[in-house]
Write a new protein. Structure first.
Length: 383
């Protein structure tokens, strides 16, 4: 199929004012300015429309906390052990949860979903498409990251149990201890491989789960709100040489230079939120704009179901109203989250070789409940 005549937002800030896009075998085969003059193919007339990559929610819990259910659909926090790196989001996601259809309706074609923030080491995050019925067939990468959490949430959960961690010191210590154990486990595996007279260590599933984090094969996502917790996350990232990501980063605007110097990206959000707990008392909608101005890579998230996933573009609109340049808004929902989450080789941009996930709008897509006129996932037109 050829999509011709629209204003094409590539996803990295580049815009082709009048061009075409060719889909082939579920992938993007060609993107170019001007009219298409090649072989006869089915053509979708996009004149007067805006074409963007499918939107990506860079951090949410879709399918982990199911819509309309209480305990029965709550599978995001295993609050029996503060260290659970071996837990996998793919084993908890219900792809038939209503939120997946609502995501598609409003152009969110990829979600990065995973455990909550009850545990200092919470478990494995996955990136998946929102179209489908079987998680294994929807996954882009699993695991795509490991969830760590600092601050109020783990403190509150384990204070009620009268066990560690009850302080920020203990939270950081637990994370360090598990990473150090995994590092030693990694060294012992290496010694056994190099020396046939050395026995490998006894299987440790927690250490096994953390090896890809230490090796930089998957990202280390740190749930943090306060500026001091952001600095603790940066400290741990630096100590262990992790490929780190700050998630939420509510007080990031208070230390933008520090985050920029560390070259660690921030997934900002949810933007549509009130100051419902002490860590959010300094919530400021200018956060993303200030971080961008400082040179920090930024994406936007809903934290769904904290904020309904169909409000992702509305959150981006709020950041624009608070100072994010209009021309950068689409990238906050497409190329930026793809790059930050390590899935840019599949989604996030309109470029040859990437998945055919794209949206066509008859108005500015960055707004409140703006539905795309057409939605494509894996090259398939679903609307």
């Amino acid at each position: 199929m050829i999509i011709q005549g629209g204003m094409i937002h590539i996803g990295d800030g580049t815009v082709i004012k009048n061009g075409y896009l060719r889909l082939e075998a579920g992938k993007i085969a060609e993107v170019a300015p001007g009219p298409y003059n090649g072989e006869d193919l089915e053509i979708l007339d996009a004149r007067g429309m805006i074409v963007t990559p499918g939107f990506i929610d860079a951090h949410c819990h879709v399918g982990m906390w199911e819509e309309g259910l209480d305990f029965e659909g709550d599978d995001g926090n295993e609050m029996t052990d503060p260290c659970t790196p071996h837990l996998r989001a793919i084993d908890a996601v219900n792809p038939l949860d209503r939120a997946f259809q609502e995501a598609l309706d409003y152009g969110v074609t990829t979600v990065v979903t995973g455990p909550g923030s009850a545990n200092p080491v919470a478990g494995q995050i996955c990136a998946m498409k929102t179209l489908g019925r079987v998680t294994d067939e929807m996954v882009i990468k699993a695991p795509v990251g490991m969830k760590f959490a600092l601050g109020e949430n783990p403190k509150s959960v384990y204070n009620e149990k009268s066990q560690a961690p009850m302080t920020r010191m203990a939270i950081a210590a637990i994370i360090r201890e598990e990473l150090q154990k995994a590092k030693r486990y990694q060294e012992d595996l290496q010694k056994a491989e190099e020396d046939e007279d050395t026995d490998p260590p006894e299987l440790d599933v927690k250490c096994e789960a953390l090896l890809p984090v230490l090796e930089g094969k998957i990202k280390a996502h740190f749930h943090v709100h306060r500026a001091d917790d952001i600095c603790t996350a940066l400290r741990i990232i630096r100590e262990f040489g992790l490929d780190g990501v700050i998630v939420h980063g509510t007080e990031g605007y208070l230390i933008p230079d520090v985050i920029a110097k560390a070259k660690v990206p921030v997934i900002c959000g949810p933007i549509i939120s009130t100051r419902t707990k002490p860590e959010l008392k300094n919530l400021d909608r200018r956060n993303a704009a200030i971080l961008l101005e400082a040179g920090v890579e930024v994406a936007i998230n809903t934290d769904a179901p904290e904020v309904p996933i169909d409000l992702l573009a509305a959150e981006a609109a709020i950041t624009v109203a608070a100072g994010v340049p209009q021309e950068k808004a689409v990238a906050l929902l497409t190329g930026n989250p793809a790059k930050i989450c390590g899935i840019g080789g599949r989604v996030g941009r309109l470029a040859p070789g990437l998945d055919g996930d794209l949206l066509l709008f008859d108005r500015d897509p960055i707004g409140l409940l703006v539905k795309p006129v057409h939605v494509f996932v894996n090259g398939e037109q679903i609307r």
